[in-house]
Design a protein around this ligand. Structure first.
Ligand code: NAP
Ligand code: MG
Length: 501
């Protein structure tokens, strides 16, 4: 995996053509450079080689994008009927489907993920999410109310609620599922009638830009979707901009807190999908083979770079040794290599910075007394590869037990009774995901109700669907994306009362 073959040579003609073009960003229907003329380099994490350069957006670019989004919001976009918004989103879904192979290749090149996962996971989910959200455009409803107003004698009233688009939305996304994150942000906002300025992650802007081309091809009005590439700078400018009505952010809790503080000045609406340290709880009656595979998938899927990664494992004592042994075997058996290699089961981490970060947790885990039973070594070579690691006998005072690592590192702990398992699972500032593994559904439901997390899975983990709401408890953020709730995130409710005479 550490050869220095430029992986652009592994792309099909379409993806190669996209990569060869000058990098531009989308503002007001035009493909433009940054006002500053500066650009940032996009790297292939499997080789460390440059893929291409894209504009380094600045506050001035954000300002242009927000003005364009405002004009579209007050003009061409709001002139469309719901069914026309629905049709455009369906057209976009068709275009993404027609270009799925190209998008999957770009995702693997940019993010490092396994091509099969990009193809059958990310692309499937992106297309299904576009179609699912398209359908909501025509199904947004308010309510009618028969109010009393008992303190107004001799009069009758009728009330209703209208659901109106919140306006211009700034959307900031991370690098772990670049295309899916872009779609999960853009699609419900457009379905609800909002317009968008999207800031992709600095590490992975490619598929969002290709999506932008497909948005233009589908025929969305200029300015309905603007995409400004760059680092944290344009993200912060979006948060500060008085012309932005709402920020939808997915990323770290740390940056989420900064955004929440800064957004107070303009009282922006916020939805924040943040970090996690999600527990996997295996009860003693669980099928060991299924639980081992499930726990492995929970932490190692997408190289552990998943906000709901099952990074803390709690196993009831009678199964503990067997589960640890099984997990060590799975971790040691992983083929780590380029996402383009058919044999690979795990690609590189996103950047050298991320690999160093993960490595530092390995060191702290060992220093603080964790028992490393598998993996955990960085692999020599130009790419950012790392062998998946399993720590047994993790304790609540250890850093690897408490902090989000966002890499393939598992911290496992035995338990003797269910109440202590639930207490340990809930002993975290995060509350994003959790899973429980058992054949006893009564017990499973008891645990489900006791866990403080936005998504709880029974005998599965990390399963997300556009129809099922998704979002955190506690410091994992607030606001449920997906499902009907996604529309609530992008609409305001207006109460209207009429005197009937
Ligand atoms: P991050 O550092 O918080 O960055 C996320 C996005 O915010 C990037 O586009 C980033 O730009 C931008 N940004 C950074 N500082 C900013 C600021 N001060 N103001 C505005 N925007 C700013 O997170 P990450 O390292 O990319 O992603 C990993 C984190 O995301 C993990 O904590 C993970 O749990 C979380 N995550 C959560 C979910 C969820 O649904 N809850 C899903 C995926 C990931 P740059 O690209 O330049 O850094
Ligand atoms: Mg990259």
């Amino acid at each position: 995996m550490s050869d220095m073959i430029d992986q652009k040579s592994r792309l099909g003609a379409a993806a190669r053509g996209f990569v060869a073009k000058p990098g531009r960003m989308l503002i007001d229907g035009q493909w433009v450079e940054s006002v500053s003329g500066e650009s940032i380099t996009v790297f292939d994490p499997a080789t460390g080689l440059e893929i291409k350069r894209v504009p380094a957006g600045t506050a001035a670019d954000i300002d242009r994008a927000v003005s364009a989004a405002r004009r579209a919001f007050e003009g061409s976009w709001s002139a469309l009927r719901p069914v026309e918004r629905e049709r455009l989103l369906l057209k976009l879904a068709d275009l993404v489907e027609a270009n799925a192979e190209e998008l999957a290749e770009l995702e693997t090149l940019d993010n490092g993920k396994i091509l099969m996962m990009a193809r059958y996971g990310d692309l499937r989910l992106a297309i299904d999410s576009l179609r699912y959200m398209a359908g909501w455009a025509t199904k947004i409803e308010g309510t009618t109310i028969s109010p009393s107003f008992a303190y107004v004698p001799d009069a009758r009233f009728a009330s209703q609620t209208l659901r109106e688009p919140v306006g211009v939305v700034g959307q900031i996304i991370p690098w772990n599922f670049p295309l899916v994150m872009a779609v999960w942000k853009i699609a419900p906002a457009l379905a609800a009638g909002c317009t968008v300025v999207l800031k992709p992650a600095e590490d992975t802007p490619l598929t969002a830009l290709r999506l932008g081309e497909l948005i233009c091809e589908a025929g969305f009005p200029d300015g309905a979707v603007n995409i400004v590439t760059g680092d944290a700078g344009p993200g912060a400018a979006l948060v500060d901009h008085p012309g932005v009505d709402k920020i939808a952010f997915t990323g770290s809790t740390e940056v989420g807190q900064i955004i929440q503080r800064r957004a107070a000045d303009t009282m922006k609406r916020l939805s924040l999908e943040l970090g996690g340290k999600s527990p996997v709880v295996i009860l003693k009656d669980a099928d060991v083979g299924q639980a081992v595979q499930g726990a492995a998938q929970a932490i190692f899927f997408n190289h552990g770079q998943v906000c709901t990664a099952g990074s803390r494992l709690f196993v009831e004592r009678p199964l503990y040794d067997a589960v640890i042994e099984g997990l060590a075997e799975v971790a040691n058996g992983f083929v780590v290599g380029s996402g383009f290699d058919q044999a690979s089961q795990m690609g590189p981490l996103i950047s050298s910075r991320q690999r160093d970060r993960v490595q530092s947790y390995l060191e702290s885990g060992q220093r603080e007394g964790g028992r490393l039973v598998a993996g955990g070594t960085a692999i020599d070579g130009p790419g950012y590869f790392f062998r998946p690691a399993v720590f047994a006998d993790a304790r609540p005072d250890m850093t690897i037990y408490r902090e989000e690592i966002f890499g393939p590192v598992l911290a496992a702990t035995p338990f003797d009774d269910l109440d202590s398992a639930v207490a340990m699972a809930n002993d975290s500032s995060y509350g994003l995901g959790a899973s429980v593994w058992t054949r006893d559904l009564l017990l499973a439901n008891r645990v489900v109700r006791a866990l403080k997390a936005g998504s709880v899975w029974i005998n599965c983990h990390n399963l997300l669907d556009p129809a099922v709401p998704f979002g955190g408890y506690k410091m994992s953020g607030y606001g449920k994306e997906l499902g009907h709730s996604a529309i609530d995130l992008y609409t305001e409710s207006k109460a209207v009362t009429m005197a009937l005479g």
